[in-house]
Design a protein around this ligand. Structure first.
Ligand code: UT7
Length: 333
């Protein structure tokens, strides 16, 4: 292959995030449900989470996160022609949260739509946007993970209500032509590989017991925590292995591992399986709880904001969610 062969890649231009105003500690939850700070910290690593108040919705959080990502990228809404929003807690059944964010940003062109893969949603959204960008059909994408899981929690159910929180994160991806050969030490940047999976047989292990076409209600989140835990630790590594193989790298090459933030024990076990040292793992579950599709972009925003993730760094994101759905992606910043 000649040295000047080019291809399009989806390159990260900026990330941003938004949290609701109200922070709720484990201690506060002790007052309303039969739980303890000690149990929550020991079993999950969570110390606090943010809960949306009146006027704060998935789209308002998404708009704030998207605007922050655009600011970091030095871009305006006019520069965006694709918005993909991952959420399982849309403001309304329809229209999509993505179109509400589009309108909120004042963006009147391009295309906006939602992706629904629960906690794996952001990885699915990145993979979807990447395919649009490398096809040449679109130039710049806002990829958003935004959730208000507090609105679908049964606040009497201690086995679920202590685990989740609300928030949003966003990433700007831009189609950029790059040499296929890493000429002169210029390593390819952007999304290098993604791998997505789903297996609908596991529906009953993590689901919402309502919906427009069944109960005509929104419903509440229900989870067999142990089963989800077992699957997350046992199975999710298949997509990580496949992503490493198609990117042509190994776990040792990674600068940062940014997994879905559901439970510290799941994160530790996944990292250990690939020999990824703790110092390379970005951990935010203690501050945000499980924010579903928002957890990875929130964590990326924290690690970019504090200077850990730098241009040139190799980053893996990985998540599992209801369905089950699961996936991983490797990106060079
Ligand atoms: O984003 C993807 C979706 N979610 C996940 O990835 C979550 C995956 N699962 C988990 O993280 C864990 O399974 C949990 C954190 C949900 C639970 O941890 P566990 O170590 O699997 O605990 P358990 O469900 O086996 O419960 C142990 C005990 C039970 O009491 P008994 O039966 O031993 O007397 C529970 O009733 O802990 C009790 N328990 C609690 N105690 C205090 C359950 N929830 C609570 C609570 N506070 N909030």
């Amino acid at each position: 292959m000649s040295g000047d062969t080019k291809r399009l890649r989806a390159v990260v231009k900026g990330v941003g995030s938004a949290l609701p105003n109200r922070c709720v500690t484990n201690k506060e939850l002790e007052e309303t449900v039969d739980t303890s700070d000690e149990w929550i910290v020991q079993r999950t690593g969570i110390r606090q989470r943010y809960i949306a108040g009146e006027g704060e919705t998935t789209s308002t959080l998404g708009i704030r996160a998207a605007q922050a990502a655009l600011d970091r990228a030095g871009l305006t809404p006019d520069d965006i022609d694709l918005i993909v929003c991952a959420t399982s807690t849309p403001d309304y059944t329809f229209p999509s949260t993505a179109t509400m964010i589009q309108a909120g940003l004042g963006c009147t062109h391009g295309v906006a739509f939602d992706v629904q893969a629960v906690c794996a949603g952001f990885v699915f959204a990145v993979s979807t946007a990447e395919k649009f960008l490398v096809s040449g059909s679109h130039k710049r994408a806002l990829v958003i993970g935004a959730e208000t899981f507090s609105r679908i929690l049964d606040w009497q159910d201690r086995t679920t209500c202590v685990l989740f929180g609300d928030g949003a994160g966003a990433m700007v991806l831009e189609a950029e032509e790059q040499s296929v050969a890493a000429a002169g030490g210029n390593l390819p940047r952007g999304v290098l590989a993604t791998c997505l999976r789903s297996d609908g047989r596991h529906r009953a292990k993590l689901y919402v017991d309502g919906g427009p076409s069944t109960t005509k209600t929104v419903g509440f989140l229900r989870m067999e925590g142990k089963e989800v835990f077992r699957f997350a630790v046992g199975q999710v590594t298949d997509v990580m292995a496949e992503t490493f193989a198609s990117a042509g790298i190994t776990a040792e090459d990674l600068d940062w591992f940014v997994p879905h933030q559901a439970n510290r024990r799941i994160i530790d076990a996944s990292a250990q399986k690939f020999g990824i040292p703790t110092e390379k793992v970005v951990l935010t579950v203690q501050d945000h709880g499980n924010t579903s599709a928002a957890s990875i972009p929130l964590a990326l925003s924290v690690a970019c904001g504090d200077g850990r993730i730098k241009p040139g760094d190799l980053v893996m994101i990985e998540a599992i969610g209801g369905g089950f759905t699961w996936g991983a992606a490797v990106l060079r910043w």
